[in-house]
Design a protein around this ligand. Sequence first.
Ligand code: EPU
Length: 415
Amino acid sequence: MDKFVINGGKKLRGTIEVKGAKNAALKIFAASILTPETVKIKNVPEVEDITRISELLKDLGVEVIHPKKGEYQITAAKIKTSVINPYIAKKLRASIVLTSSVLARTGNVKFPHPGGCVIGERPINVFLDGYKALGAKINYRNNLYNISGKLRGAKFVFSNISVTGTEAMLMASSLAKGKTVLKNCACEPEIESLANFLNSCGAKIRGAGTPFVIIEGVESLKGAEYKTIPDRIEAGTFAILAAATKSNILIKNCEPEHLDSLWIVLKSAGVCLKISSDSVEIIPSRLKTVDVKTHEYPGFPTDLQAPVCVLLTQAEGQGLVHETIFESRLFWLDELKRMGADVLMHDPHRISIKGPTKLRAREIESPDLRAGMAYLIAALVAKGKSTLNNVYQIDRGYEKIEERLRKIGAEIKRI
Ligand code: EPU
């Protein structure tokens, strides 16, 4: 397993560009098998999760060509099996969205219960209820779900707002017979982007990006081209990294509109920002604390909760962080405490952080993607040498992060 060795405590300076959104591209890969024609995907981040979903598609007999960096061509002329490879699926939670396109395309899908994960239980009841509403039959035998049936349009109300659940229902109902009405949908930009892609393939989806979505099923979909939207979580992570290390950084190729809730938090924390239509400049500022509550989009993203906690360790005063989406997403803070953060846990969903504190360099283990990235920010803040283990977790979602951070002055190497 690779490690990062970081010599922290330095101010960074320069320009960093944002890559395509992992959580948008993954869903386009899954959706591309709804058509037998070729789908061309551009601006794809070169990250481990994309490699994993490519492996899953190839395992289904789908052709995945990677002609150059950031570009993929997917052709699902035939799908040779409707079993989603359990070994790979366990490594990638996003594999759950593939269940939808395999089911819609072949009338059957078999898959294991996706593994739990350090951020929470992550059940799949929403998916099962949704497929049932569209007329599918569900069996669970020999550790595999077996879902089958010809899908028919229906009305479905999400009992829980779910990003991948909404995406799965958009895909499944695009090829269902008749009209589907979805209520209480998630509204993340990646969902709207998926709907735009599906519509360019011939689907008829209205309202994506709002809680109410209507889909008129079509007989078949054709191939199309898609350019991945900028990764809002990566852009937000860079903005927080810049503010926490008191650095002057220009973040380019992003979509600041997708991060309004973060800009409000950063401004309240005293961070000076210059926002344009596709870039944000962070100017070194004196930080004061702020309360943060995660929420479904357009609220503050749970994926930025860990980085923002590191920021609060450098801000004056005591701030409350309320994680409302996942039940185990605050436990990574135990390690941040060992780096010197003054953290008080009230309950599994709420903590207080008092600052500013001097963080101490040390050896740390990345437990998951976003907490791993938060430790990397903490290591850049802390004076001296930190070692970050298990960087596979960071590689899952951030392309060659050490090379990109070195360009803005970070002392970081992979060993
Ligand atoms: N939930 C259920 N039942 C379900 C599905 C979800 O109760 O069947 C609950 C979850 O347990 C959670 C809440 O609903 O408490 C929201 O979960 P959601 O389904 O929206 O999360 P997800 O779709 O599995 C995506 C992103 C996550 C991101 C969340 C929230 C992908 C591949 N993953 O997950 O991204 O944190 O939405 O915005 O799109 C990451 O990139 O590091 C990451 C974890």
